[in-house]
Ligand binder design. Structure first.
Ligand code: NAD
Length: 471
């Protein structure tokens, strides 16, 4: 392979492969910038010319803390470029990471693989020397093996083209940290050559002690969806307990703290609330079920249908709480919707529970003022009918009910006394169990949260109860 000598992190000289990253969205842009930050020469490739132009000009087209600074750093160092040209990519790279989207197919639970198929094919057709293609997108099990055959058929170099899968576990909001300091690396390989080349690419992380799991292609593909299924199940588990608490008059917050003290259970992803969303978990658990059914193992993951159902019910139940606080009808009621992103520290509104709730309130006749610190523009593109305002104060001003939908720090730390003076009525639904209940009650607010008793002083939670925020 065509290697250049570079210094990685100013420490070790070694023959480093040149890297392309195909698809520069949330995952790909982060991966490209971080590989350049590790010292590699990187070419980012996307079919979206405005996105490529933004990145080339040093602007990250989405919100990700720390990424703009890193992009500026590697652009200034001359280690990264961006293009829409696949010929250039094929000529440049020794290792090509494919990070394109795999959204849910319209009218089906299956994954739409057209972008993955196109990226691999377009690249492979142009590659004229030995190279490694590495899939990072989340795909149905069996995709990598199929693509390995396909790229070898279409490439002029045939079997000299190798394919591996390297599933990605980064979390939006922590993407830079997760990429540079992952909790594990998984290499899905079909040959020693592929493993050797991946070892070379990830050497800086492996040298830093990152645990490595080497697997075959189908196992590597399954690691990703199995992990996401587990996390989704844990979130829906505590939300199922919230549903039972609601009818039993029990308090799910206290229940979750008590469960979290059990080391075997742990507190992470055990916070009750509005549930999960975003561009990964919902579509990944659906695609997993779909694929397992195709393979004759649908029964094994049928429970994921329940996980999904519990998660979606949290949205309509949140609307119920707002309606109850409004006195039984949402017609003409002014609601402040705090949050639109699927989670804090992100501007991603794909399958965002917050935005879904805001939309349902609007469809029931409420006048909804939405404010999100970063996601207003994306939300407006998806649901232009809602009113978007530029500050929390503007959203709450005149509101008859306020609903916290995304637990940004700005909302968590707001002063309930100040907000109370802006609102038309002091009524709040804390759909993320993120607020200081006592402070709101003291400031005269009516407070509701899913799975908690109607009102009254909150039960004291133990110090350091270990309930982490679901990410
Ligand atoms: P995204 O929509 O933000 O980015 C996908 C990018 O691919 C877009 O910029 C699009 O223009 C580009 N693209 C589409 N077809 C292309 C082609 N043929 N050639 C080049 N570029 C092309 O999506 P994302 O969130 O970055 O997710 C990408 C994949 O990574 C998905 O499979 C997702 O499940 C997986 N993943 C995402 C995350 C995350 O946090 N976002 C984490 C782990 C895994």
């Amino acid at each position: 392979m065509n290697h250049t000598d570079i210094t990685v992190q100013g420490q070790t000289d070694f023959a480093a492969p040149r890297i392309t990253v195909i698809g520069t969205g949330y995952l790909g842009a982060t991966h490209a910038v971080c590989m350049a930050a590790l010292g590699f020469e990187v070419l980012g490739v996307d079919v979206d010319p405005p996105k490529v132009a933004e990145l080339a000009a040093g602007r990250v087209p989405f919100f990700e803390p720390g990424l703009p600074e890193k992009l500026r750093e590697v652009l200034d160092a001359g280690r990264i470029r961006f293009t829409t040209d696949f010929d250039e990519a094929a000529a440049f790279g020794d290792v090509h990471f494919v990070c394109v989207g795999t959204p849910q197919l319209p009218g089906s639970h299956g994954a739409d693989l057209r972008y993955v198929d196109s990226a691999f094919t377009e690249l492979a057709r142009r590659i004229t020397r030995p190279a490694l293609l590495v899939g990072k997108s989340t795909v149905p099990v069996g995709t990598a093996a199929r693509l390995r055959e396909l790229v070898r058929e279409v490439s002029p170099v045939g079997e000299e083209l190798e394919l591996a899968w390297n599933p990605e576990f980064l979390r939006e909001g922590f993407a830079v940290e997760d990429t540079l300091h992952p909790d594990r690396l998984v290499f899905g390989v079909a040959s020693p050559r592929a493993e050797r080349e991946l070892q070379r690419v990830f050497r800086p992380l492996l040298d830093a002690g990152t645990p490595l799991v080497v697997a075959d292609l189908p196992t590597a593909e399954l690691v990703k969806v199995a992990a996401n299924s587990f996390l989704a199940t844990k979130i829906s588990y505590i939300n199922a307990m919230a549903e039972v608490c609601e009818v039993a008059g029990a308090d799910v917050d206290v229940l979750s703290v008590a469960l979290a003290y059990d080391d075997r259970i742990g507190g992470r992803f055990l916070r009750p609330g509005l549930g999960f969303g975003g561009g990964c978990l919902p579509k990944d658990i659906r695609a997993f079920q779909h694929r397992a059914s195709e393979l004759g193992a649908g029964q094994a993951v049928a429970f994921l249908g329940e996980v999904d159902g519990i998660n979606l019910r949290r949205r309509s139940r949140t609307v119920d709480l707002v309606r109850e606080l409004a006195g039984g009808s949402l017609e003409g009621v002014r609601v402040a919707a705090l949050g639109a992103a699927f989670k804090p520290n992100s501007d991603d509104v794909r399958d965002a529970p917050a935005l879904d709730v805001a939309r349902m309130l609007y469809l029931e006749g409420a006048t909804v003022a939405v404010y999100d610190p970063e996601a207003n523009a994306n939300a407006h593109r998806v649901y232009p009918d809602l009113d978007y305002v530029d500050s929390m104060d503007a959203a709450v001003a005149g509101a008859e009910v306020t609903v916290l939908l995304t637990e940004w720090d700005e909302f968590r730390h707001a002063d309930p006394g100040v907000l109370g003076r802006l609102a038309a009525a002091r009524r709040i639904v804390d759909a993320r169990h993120a607020l200081d209940v006592e402070a709101y009650l003291e400031a005269g607010w009516e407070y509701r949260a899913l799975g908690r008793p109607m009102i009254g002083a909150p039960t004291a939670l133990p110090q350091g109860g270990g309930v982490a925020i679901a990410e």
